[in-house]
Design a binder for this molecule. Structure first.
Ligand code: THU
Length: 179
């Protein structure tokens, strides 16, 4: 990917708990949206090193990391997290969920999309994917098609690694000439 790395933060040392505390109303009280929580997240002096990380990055990252910890990936040992901000500024997160019939496992992105659709939203404004290692984990081909269903020309995909690199690409860069 040609896109520059826009932020760097040592994920292992990040106190996501602090941001998750601010984000708690999202899963305790569904009426809270990312835009209403934005200011509180932005004003949080947290261990995030990269000054150019937006509040949206921080929220998506904290949620994806939280979901990633719960991934059920005993077959691949490859835990992935994904988080979405939709057109209503609602946040959704999920992780990969595998089972003994290997091909039937579900990717983290698919789970986050399902949560978004079940909540009544239709548009992925931003999606962030946390890899389990120091490499970026761009969505698989199948997930690109799933994202395409709910993306537009502005949709951004943020890729985050455990060593703290985050880079942003336009979804159209990931799936040109989409069906
Ligand atoms: N996986 C995801 O959840 N998202 C991706 O973008 C790539 C791969 C999952 C599928 C499987 O459970 C594991 O990672 C190994 O491929």
């Amino acid at each position: 990917y040609a896109s520059p790395v826009i932020g760097k933060l040592p994920v292992a040392s990040v106190d996501t708990g602090h941001i998750l505390k601010i984000l708690e109303p999202i899963w305790k009280n569904k009426s809270e949206t990312a835009s209403r929580l934005r200011g509180r997240v932005e004003n949080t002096i947290i261990n995030f090193m990269a000054l150019d990380l937006t509040a949206e990055h921080k929220m998506l990252l904290a949620l994806a990391l939280k979901a990633q910890k719960n991934a059920h990936a005993p077959y691949s040992n490859f835990k992935v997290g994904a988080a979405i901000i939709d057109e209503n500024a609602q946040l959704h997160a999920s992780c990969n969920v595998e089972n003994a019939a290997y091909p039937l496992g579900q990717c983290a992105e698919a789970g986050a999309i399902s949560a978004m659709i079940a909540s009544g939203s239709k548009k992925i404004k931003q999606i962030l994917i946390t890899s389990p290692n120091d490499e970026f984990c761009p969505p698989c081909g199948g997930c690109r098609q799933k994202i395409a269903e709910f993306a537009d020309k502005q949709t951004e995909v943020h890729l985050a690694t455990q060593s703290g690199n985050i880079k942003t690409v336009k979804f159209t860069e990931l799936l040109p000439l989409a069906f």
